[in-house]
Design a protein around this ligand. Structure first.
Ligand SMILES: Cc1cc2nc3c(=O)[nH]c(=O)nc-3n(C[C@H](O)[C@H](O)[C@H](O)COP(=O)(O)O)c2cc1C
Length: 157
């Protein structure tokens, strides 16, 4: 298995989870960046402008070199963060294993469930969420990345 952790993070929480997970797996952590910075991330006006959008992204890695993709970001408006929607719509994960993960304050919405639809040709695992990252120690975060795999016999570390 050749894993990689790919993440988008607006304010640092998902970056922290991604880096702890990557360290545990001995895998690289690769950031998804937007070509244009995303601004004004709160409020209904922003929600209407950003939800379901596919901003241009930059991913500085050769994705073909990996077979297991842990892909995570913050929940935004109860669903997948727009830069990750772009990633999943514009890159092929056919035949690969994909493990989604998200951070959020309490309401993940359909973030994890949508991965099956967004990368239909991949073997998509149920994944995991980390809530209220700022309140957690590194050890607590690491243990969440371990204990929430489903099904337990997925063969993933
Ligand atoms: C625009 C926006 C929308 C959000 N929507 C949700 C949400 O629907 N449910 C939730 O629990 N948290 C929501 N949050 C909180 C973030 O998901 C949470 O703080 C996350 O851990 C931040 O990760 P980051 O620091 O990697 O960007 C939202 C935050 C922002 C900025």
């Amino acid at each position: 298995m050749k894993p990689v952790v790919i993440f988008y993070s607006f304010s640092g929480s998902t970056r922290r989870v991604a880096e702890i997970l990557a360290r545990r797996l001995g895998a690289p952590a690769v950031e998804v960046k937007t070509r244009e910075p995303i601004r004004h991330p709160y409020g209904v006006g922003f929600m209407n402008r950003i939800r379901e959008r596919t901003p241009e992204i930059v991913v500085d890695a050769d994705l073909d070199a990996f077979d297991t993709f842990y892909i995570g970001g913050p929940t935004w408006f109860w669903t997948v963060t727009p830069p990750l929607i772009t990633l999943l719509r514009t890159r092929s994960f056919a035949g690969k294993t994909v493990v989604p993960f998200c951070t959020n304050d309490s309401q993940p919405g359909d973030f994890l469930a949508r991965f099956a639809e967004l990368c239909p040709d991949a073997d998509v695992k149920p994944g995991f969420q980390v809530q209220r990252v700022r309140r957690l120690s590194d050890e607590e975060i690491e243990s969440i990345t371990k204990r929430t795999w489903e099904p337990r016999d997925s063969g993933l570390p």
